[in-house]
Design a protein around this ligand. Structure first.
Ligand code: 13P
Length: 331
């Protein structure tokens, strides 16, 4: 077993998942404002501390994806966040893409940037902060039969593959995330088709770039009807379509698959994960499946915390309650 596949397997160890706490400045500030908190660097630090300083996280989390700013910040205890996680045997990960640009050939779509200077940044994340894995996210929008365009899918997949290659060369595990967005009026059937095509294009690109598939984690969307479709899928429907797509498109060498929550509420994301886990066992799926949620894990805690020290303990208790439910969904 190579070191990379060893790390990847630990990231998807049974009963554990990954917290995405890698919101960029603008997304983190947007979250704070949603809960009536005035955004600033210090409030973003307190937001991370409310989550990452929660005692007992190591029972639920194998890894946390961080944003660059957080690498240099310290928990209330004075310990830098990456060090705090490592001391609890939780792998620190880092989002390394630099966000989305308009895709010139189809301006309603986006292309993810961040390849320039990536090797130098990776060396720092690994050597200075002990990062063990990384994330790169592409965003794929569905609009009828018109979007996504195949040009955008191919270009984003090529960049995901170049990124993954560089990350493996630097000795870390690349998480590849082509997020098919929930926003839209599309049917579940259309989402299923788009997720499947996206994954085929991605794995073709990874293979073309000689990425070692045994040292990659796939982060994917579940197959769901669009948020403006007027339809709420049952967990069984989501599980059936999600597993069908994964079995059709994801090579069995891949050591693990994790899901984003994508705007589903905490209960919905938990129920869908439970049905997906059960279906995967029924079908003898070749890879472990787990969560890598941001919003579905954070929402309840944030709504109690509201940026106030006196609410921290209760917010952390609610965060742990959600982690327990999500863990139970896996088992
Ligand atoms: P959500 O779970 O809020 O979709 O975030 C996960 C993530 O990492 C998106 O890039």
């Amino acid at each position: 077993m190579t070191n990379l596949s060893d790390t990847a397997q630990q990231l998807v160890a049974q009963g554990k998942g990954i917290l995405a706490a890698d919101e960029s400045f603008s997304t983190a500030d947007k979250r704070l404002v949603e809960y009536g908190i005035e955004p600033s660097e210090e409030m973003r630090r307190q937001f991370r501390d409310m989550l990452l300083g929660t005692p007992g996280l190591e029972q639920y989390l194998s890894g946390v994806i961080l944003y660059e700013e957080t690498l240099d910040q310290k928990a209330d205890s004075g310990v830098p966040f990456p060090e705090l996680l490592s001391s609890e045997h939780i792998f620190p990960g880092i989002k390394v893409d630099l966000g989305l640009d308009e895709f010139p050939d189809s301006p309603e779509e986006t292309i993810t940037k961040g390849l320039l200077g990536l090797p130098e940044r990776l060396a720092t994340y690994r050597d200075t902060y002990g990062a063990r894995f990384t994330k790169w996210r592409a965003a794929i929008r569905i609009e009828g039969d018109r979007l996504p365009t195949s040009g955008m899918l191919v270009e984003n997949a090529k960049r995901l593959a170049s990124y993954a290659y560089e990350v493996q060369k630097a000795g870390m595990v690349p998480m590849v995330e082509p997020e098919v967005l929930l926003e839209g009026a599309h049917s579940r059937l259309r989402a299923r088709e788009v997720v499947e095509t996206t994954l085929h294009v991605l794995f073709d690109a990874l293979t073309d770039q000689n990425v070692d598939l045994s040292g990659v984690i796939l982060k994917t969307s579940m197959v769901l009807s669009g948020s403006k479709s007027g339809r709420t899928d049952t967990p069984e429907e989501v599980a059936e379509d999600t597993l069908a797509v994964l079995l059709a498109a994801v090579p069995k060498e891949v050591p693990g698959i994790v899901f984003l929550s994508g705007g589903q509420g905490p209960d919905q994301a938990t129920a869908n994960l439970a049905a997906i886990s059960a279906r995967a066992k029924e079908l003898n799926a070749p890879w472990p499946l787990t969560f890598s949620y941001a919003r579905a894990l954070q929402e309840e805690a944030l709504s109690i915390w509201k940026g106030k020290e006196e609410n921290q303990e209760q917010a952390r208790a609610v965060f742990i309650e959600r982690l327990k439910k999500v863990q139970a969904a896996l088992l």
